[in-house]
Ligand binder design. Structure first.
Ligand SMILES: [Zn+2]
Ligand SMILES: [Zn+2]
Length: 167
């Protein structure tokens, strides 16, 4: 098992997780409140697993070049548009995707704009979670119109072996 630690201060940021080859297909939001009453889809990832997101994710966004083939800000992702037309993500690729419950408590980004969404953080305005040292490490997605997952910035974290669980 692995864990993610902060590249700046080496604090552990996650529970022990095992790498999956691919990101599972994201379950859509069925319109029903989750077990905790919040409106959002089931989590993308099973517990205790992580995967590398192959797609561009998050800010910044650029105009989609072929609007007829538009499939969201990333394939299968939520739609977004502004005066430029339909938008696709030009954000980081290769981010680590985890179940939010496998993420240790992180601080909120001081820029309030990054934390907003409809029912939870939409995650589209940049990194919205910070390490206790202040490093911008992760983006929490927990809105009704997007996935339920937390993405870690590859350059802000290191993957290390997790300590053995006590027998
Ligand atoms: Zn840190
Ligand atoms: Zn909502």
């Amino acid at each position: 098992m692995d864990m993610l630690i902060c590249a700046a201060c080496a604090r552990p940021l996650t529970e022990a997780v095992r790498l999956l080859d691919t990101v599972p297909e994201r379950p859509g939001y069925d319109g029903l409140p989750g077990p905790d009453g919040r409106r959002r889809p089931p989590a993308t990832m099973p517990r205790a697993r992580y995967a590398v997101e192959p797609e561009h994710r998050g800010a910044p966004f650029v105009a989609c070049e072929d609007e007829d083939a538009y499939d969201g800000t990333y394939p299968g992702g939520p739609w977004r548009s502004d005066e430029r037309g339909l938008l696709v993500s030009a954000g980081l690729r290769g981010q680590y995707v985890l179940h939010p419950d496998d993420v240790l408590p992180l601080g909120f980004h001081p820029e309030i704009r990054r934390l907003v969404g409809c029912c939870g953080p939409a995650g589209d305005d940049g990194v919205n979670r910070v390490c206790a040292c202040g490093a911008e490490v992760a983006t929490a997605y927990a809105d009704c119109c997007g996935p339920y997952e937390t993405l870690f910035v590859p350059d802000a974290v290191r993957v290390v072996p997790a300590p053995e669980a006590p027998a």
